[in-house]
Design a protein around this ligand. Structure first.
Ligand SMILES: [Zn+2]
Ligand SMILES: [Zn+2]
Length: 62
């Protein structure tokens, strides 16, 4: 997962393991490398250089 995404989650009190549990019911991440639960996010939802907007909206709306 992207460091920026991990830092963003941490800033909201969420660990990478919490995130995986919440979205996949397991400690293992299944989404895209950017942190999106959708495994085809990077390059489709946003550019490789950009932080993932999906993760941000998911955290904000949880
Ligand atoms: Zn996405
Ligand atoms: Zn993404």
């Amino acid at each position: 997962m992207y460091v920026t995404t991990i830092e963003f989650l941490f800033a909201h009190g969420i660990t990478a393991a919490d995130w995986a549990q919440e979205h996949f019911g397991t400690d293992t991440w299944h989404g895209d490398i950017c942190g999106c639960p959708d495994d085809r996010c990077l390059g489709n939802h946003h550019d490789e250089a950009d932080p993932c907007p999906c993760v941000r909206s998911l955290v904000t709306n949880r």
